[in-house]
Design a protein around this ligand. Structure first.
Ligand code: SF4
Ligand code: SF4
Length: 278
């Protein structure tokens, strides 16, 4: 399998036996014929490039990672059919049978930040997670053997809590009190005056990267080596851009799942806010 990962520029991967994982959707394993002796190869996919979007979250500025995962799985199945014959392989992205963050942590790929995100030493928290479940062992796959790591947390410097625009992570009380801006920008219907003001102040029409940007692990983080995440990046989201997107183009974007009206509402609010401040 090393050859496959090298070919795909995927450098962060690790095997975890399913017996060590937190199973959250058992039916997905049963449906695909995986028993308790199967394992998962966790993969981290860095997605931040040198291009910095001005008014949307980095994850939303690149093309949808589900589409990348679909393309990757096609190449994977072709590869393993030739190399491993009838062995079972199934790639999961997002809709996963296991707790991916927990599995990534115990396999040594990262640790949990105070903002709840998985942080990797090299790429910080700008990583997507996915995994290949298989009935082969590490030895049969020719990849490093699983060595269980303790669950680690970040250095808890508090920079994310101090910088959070909606103050959802109070320094003395980590329980969220207000809604994360990322969730606010995805709400349907009308936003409240307060939510609109927060969105305009945060200058982000979709998502929020503040807690990731201020994190000390991000300071010297590398950019992605994966070409899919380096091409066709949206640097500024406007109503005009949304309106001129074909359906195919729109559906290739991470914000498409909410439909055009929600993102369009935000770009219009952003435009009106800018006009008022002139
Ligand atoms: S900013 Fe500090 S507290 Fe927040 S996730 Fe990063 S290291 Fe942890
Ligand atoms: S994404 Fe933004 S609003 Fe949400 S917790 Fe992080 S800094 Fe706060």
């Amino acid at each position: 399998m090393k050859e496959f990962f090298e070919r795909e520029n995927i450098e962060l991967y690790a095997y975890v036996p399913l017996s060590k994982c937190k199973i959250i959707k058992k039916y997905l394993l049963e449906k695909n014929g995986f028993g308790p002796n199967s394992g998962a190869i966790l993969m981290l996919l860095p997605y931040r490039s040198d291009v910095k979007p001005s008014n949307l979250s980095v994850y939303a500025s690149v093309r949808d990672y589900h589409k990348y995962a679909d393309e990757l799985s096609k190449r994977l199945y072709e590869y393993v059919k030739i190399k491993y014959g009838n062995a079972k392989f199934k790639l999961f992205a997002d809709h996963s049978p296991i707790d991916e963050v927990h599995a990534a942590c115990i396999s040594g790929l990262g640790f949990i930040g105070r903002n709840g995100l998985l942080i990797n030493e090299k790429y910080s928290s700008f990583v997507f997670l996915c995994e290949i479940v298989t009935d082969l062992t590490e030895k049969e796959l020719g990849i490093p053997q699983y060595v269980e790591k303790e669950l680690r947390t970040c250095i808890n410097c508090g920079a994310c809590a101090r910088a959070c625009p909606s103050n959802c992570m109070d320094e003395s009380d980590p329980r969220p009190k207000t809604e994360c801006m990322s969730a606010v920008t995805q709400k349907k219907g009308d936003l409240t005056e307060n939510e609109i003001a927060m969105m305009l102040k945060n200058e982000c029409v979709w998502g929020c990267d503040v807690c990731q940007n201020v994190c000390p692990y991000t300071k010297n983080a590398d950019t992605t080596p994966i070409s899919y995440f380096k091409e066709d990046i949206i640097t500024e989201l406007t109503t005009e851009l949304i309106d001129n997107m074909s359906d195919e183009e729109f559906l290739s974007r991470p914000f498409s799942w909410r439909g055009r009206s929600v993102i369009r509402r935000n770009t219009e609010l952003f435009r009106e806010g800018k006009e008022r401040s002139r």
